[in-house]
Design a protein around this ligand. Structure first.
Ligand SMILES: NC(=O)c1ccc[n+]([C@@H]2O[C@H](COP(=O)([O-])OP(=O)(O)OC[C@H]3O[C@@H](n4cnc5c(N)ncnc54)[C@H](OP(=O)(O)O)[C@@H]3O)[C@@H](O)[C@H]2O)c1
Length: 176
């Protein structure tokens, strides 16, 4: 009995060790598409993966951000302007990626864009793994208090009188 258990535990650790050793091969042939590359995590990831030799397709919100990123990286990294809140911007970026990645990548992007959120469970059947990385608190643009209160003020200014009544002035003050 104990021998059997020890063998199982040993097998488990052997499998873990084997999985840990797996690395993606031929990095220089691999494309990676990253959004929000003007600053923060997206920018850092784009620069790191470019250093490792991957073909980085970096989506930035602004031309200024894209230009700065290109200045800091190799000629292999390419940028595109993408506002993730605008359908036409997403379509244009998708076409841009298709032109670079070719047919091999065309199935993945529309699937990810249109189906992923609706059908994560179904996708697992096809061996597609969705990894969500939840970082802790990092001091980036997203956590900048001035930016946050500016965005709250903007949302408040645009809100209808009904919404303002429901939330009340105190709600706005609580975010400052
Ligand atoms: N920092 C944290 O503690 C933390 C923790 C958990 C999760 N996250 C998540 O991590 C992601 C990256 O955030 P971050 O911390 O790296 O902040 P960040 O430095 O502000 O990065 C966000 C990037 O997205 C760009 N962006 C803003 N609106 C966009 C839009 N509509 N379309 C396309 N790009 C847009 C920003 O461009 P501009 O610079 O030009 O505005 C910026 O480059 C966010 O989804 C955030 O919620 C962050």
């Amino acid at each position: 009995m104990w021998l059997y258990l020890a063998a199982l535990v040993g097998l488990y650790y052997l499998l873990c060790w084997y999985r840990e050793r797996q690395v993606v091969s031929d990095l220089r042939d691999k494309y990676v598409f990253i959004t929000g590359c003007d600053s923060g995590f997206g920018n850092l990831l784009a620069r790191q993966l470019d250093l490792r030799g991957l073909r980085v397709l970096a989506a930035c919100l602004t031309e200024k951000g894209a230009e700065q990123l290109r200045d800091q990286t190799s000629d292999r990294l390419e940028t595109v302007i993408l506002d993730v809140t605008k359908t036409e911007s997403i379509s244009a970026a998708t076409e841009w990626v298709k032109e670079r990645v070719g047919d091999g990548g065309t199935a993945q992007i529309p699937v990810c864009a249109s189906l992923l959120l609706l059908s994560m469970k179904e996708l697992s059947y096809f061996g597609v793994k969705v990894a969500v990385i939840e970082p802790g608190f990092f001091n980036t643009g997203v956590t900048n208090s001035e930016k946050i209160s500016g965005a709250m003020q903007e949302a408040w200014d645009q809100a209808s009188p009904e919404i303002k009544e429901i939330y009340g002035e105190k709600f706005l003050a609580s975010g400052e």
